[in-house]
Design a protein around this ligand. Structure first.
Ligand SMILES: [Zn+2]
Length: 339
């Protein structure tokens, strides 16, 4: 399989000048188009039938030329905040993996980066939060400087450096997570993040929300392929945080502020994200999803039962009996298929 490897370069002055020359893409395109038009105008002095190329003609021609030069490109040099990087493509054999790796469900957290159904927690890197604050400060500094001034360009350079640092911390955390999951699990089950981000009002774990769901999913896709693992996107309508991972058939309101899931029916108590991850692990198509009870799961409700929760419990049970019956008739699904 074809993989890509990227590392930083430390060029000397001469090399850097060469890199800068080669990476001025817009200037290159302009110069190339200018030369092409001059050439055509020269030919038209003798032969008026030659057409002057339009912007679209030039665009097509340039793309065709670049493509013909770069068939099997195996090295790309790029620049980020004054640092140079080289990316090399290489052919490698698939790594050997254990065949009996367990399936894992992953809840992309709000508080944590990710919580796995086996209890493993990937925290948001602390450095990331610290740098995010510095980033905001630095952004403010840039906006206060006079446009066009030397001080402003200095502040802009500093800002770019912090941006790069934040991006590196984030990239590192995400690479580690997307490497761990397929390497240790034959099947990775995860919610459709595009939808989750939308539903949760952008309150996703900072690093993943920032890098973009596409990048996270892209990494997970190629790494599951690399480790011969399977990536399963759990149905967008699956209410993973509302179902009790212990008794399964019950579904309760789960306001975002509640960090602990306490099942009003069986008393099962678990961290909100871990409960969701366990549900995601056991998700499969055709699962029975109970109708939602109006009773909110609260971290303040006592599991051993004082007056109020007991009353609510009774109401919930009744509500659910009705709901489950209706759902059963309508969908003819097996109540016991979950859990
Ligand atoms: Zn329960």
């Amino acid at each position: 399989m074809l993989l890509s490897f990227q590392t930083a370069l430390i060029p000397n002055n001469k090399q850097e000048t060469l890199f800068r020359k080669a990476s001025g893409v817009a200037r290159h395109a302009y110069n190339w188009a200018n030369a092409t038009i001059q050439n055509v105008l020269e030919i038209r002095k003798d032969d008026k039938s030659v057409k002057i190329p339009s912007a679209i003609d030039l665009h097509k021609k340039l793309v065709a030329e670049i493509k013909s030069q770069h068939d099997v490109p195996n090295c790309v040099i790029s620049r980020q905040a004054n640092r140079w990087f080289i990316a090399i493509k290489y052919e490698t054999e698939q790594p050997t993996v254990f065949s009996d790796r367990p399936t894992v469900g992953v809840d992309i957290g709000i508080k944590e980066l990710a919580v796995c159904s086996d209890g493993k927690v990937f925290s948001n890197p602390k450095a990331y939060r610290r740098m995010s604050k510095r980033l905001k400060r630095s952004q403010r500094r840039v906006s206060k400087k006079v446009k066009g001034s030397k001080n402003r360009s200095k502040a802009v350079r500093k800002l770019a450096k912090i941006h790069a640092k934040v991006s590196n911390i984030r990239q590192d955390a995400i690479h580690k997570l997307t490497h761990h999951l397929p390497k240790n699990h034959s099947e990775v089950r995860i919610e459709d993040l595009h939808v989750k981000a939308f539903l949760k009002n952008h309150k996703l774990a900072g690093a993943i929300a920032d890098c973009g769901m596409y990048e996270f999913q892209r990494q997970l896709e190629y790494k599951t392929e690399k480790f011969q693992s399977k990536l399963i996107l759990v149905d967008r309508f699956f209410p993973s945080s509302q179902i009790c991972s212990n008794c399964g058939n019950h579904r309760h309101k789960m306001p975002l502020k509640n960090r602990v899931y306490i099942c009003p029916d069986c008393g099962h108590t678990e961290d909100r994200d871990l409960n969701a991850a366990k549900n995601i692990e056991r998700w499969f198509e055709g699962i029975f999803i109970p109708s939602r009870s109006d009773l909110a799961v609260s971290s303040t409700v006592s599991a051993c039962g004082v007056d109020k929760p007991l009353k609510s419990h009774l109401e919930t049970t009744m509500n659910q009996e009705v709901n489950i019956k209706t759902a059963h008739v309508q969908l003819s699904l097996d109540l016991g298929s979950f859990g």
